[in-house]
Design a protein. Structure first.
Length: 318
């Protein structure tokens, strides 16, 4: 939103939540244009509600009504420019059938991040599938997955060794029990300077944020075929839309695909892009064998190195 004379390119993400209160005084003679958009078609979370003469109203509905009724120009977002195209395509199943134009835009070539390869990893998007069991805390009843916690911590340490600053990485998970476990695992990699400073956050708490690289631990993996929070569409949408350059997901793909139509569609996109498998392909070689490194567990990050790491070691010797 901008006044006459301000730069016309200013935008406000998720404006319906941030600006609802200020929309009371909109005057179309002083405001040239108001733009608001969401990063995906699914609602991020239940919106705030307000009482108006005893009638409850959604603040986003009130906001949109007031902007349009005041003669403010509006148009749909045509291209998702925050993330690279591969990541944008992953969001296509999250849009309703009526949003075909947006779906096409998300699948189109996109300049944002296109030329930014992820250091040390072959692909910018990958779902590492497994069937290792989850665990439940007896007191908090929160879920965790030790296999996933160890893997994402090891992957974070590996990425920091490639030259990424800890602030460029975020580890997301929908369960607080997993957050605590991942933080403990990060401290096990103290030999890699700064890795303990990598942000570990819940999906809901990270709403509206983004980072260059996101590691996503989905946690759920059980014989009862329960996926819990992973069946909630807006949380799935939020989890998959936080990365700008690289997104790496760890989870039980067979369980998710069987128990959720949404996940079935997401997995279909991943398979089409050859971005899912039992091993994460790395741009590193293993030990003295010189073989290309593949990782499916935390142990697979031991005794591997990239050209960048070798160059850094050589500099240190000099």
């Amino acid at each position: 939103m901008y006044r006459s004379g301000m730069h016309p390119g200013m935008q406000t993400a998720q404006g319906e939540y941030m600006l609802a209160a200020s929309s009371e005084g909109i005057d179309s003679n002083h405001w040239k244009r108001l733009g608001f958009f969401e990063s995906h078609g699914a609602r991020l979370s239940p919106p705030p509600r307000r009482e108006t003469e005893g009638v409850k109203e959604d603040s986003d509905a009130v906001y949109k009504h007031k902007t349009v009724s005041n003669g403010v120009d509006s148009s749909p977002l045509g291209v998702q420019r925050r993330m690279r195209a591969e990541l944008g395509r992953l969001l296509v199943p999250l849009y309703s059938a009526g949003s075909e134009a947006m779906m096409r835009a998300l699948g189109a070539d996109n300049a944002a991040g296109q030329s930014v390869p992820v250091k040390g990893i072959e692909k910018p998007l990958f779902f590492l599938k497994h069937e290792k069991p989850e665990a439940a805390d007896a007191e908090t009843r929160s879920r965790s997955n030790p296999h996933e916690a160890k893997f994402v911590a090891a992957l974070a340490a590996y990425l920091v060794r490639q030259g990424y600053a800890p602030a460029q990485l975020t580890i997301l998970t929908p369960y607080c029990g997993q957050q605590l476990l991942i933080k403990r695992e990060l401290h096990e990699h103290a030999a890699t300077a700064g890795v303990a400073d990598v942000l570990v956050s819940g999906v809901e708490q990270y709403q509206g944020e983004s980072n260059d690289i996101v590691l996503l631990s989905l946690v759920r993996s059980n014989e009862q075929r329960q996926i819990g929070m992973l069946s909630v569409e807006h949380r799935v949408a939020d989890a998959l839309s936080r990365a700008r350059h690289g997104l790496y997901i760890v989870g039980n793909a067979s369980l998710l695909g069987a128990e959720s139509k949404l996940w079935e569609s997401v997995l279909r996109v991943l398979k089409r892009d050859d971005a899912i498998g039992d091993f994460l392909p790395l741009l590193a070689t293993r030990g003295e064998t010189g073989r290309c490194a593949l990782a499916r567990s935390a142990d697979d990050f031991v005794d591997i190195a990239t050209d960048y790491e070798r160059q850094q070691k050589e500099k240190q010797r000099k």
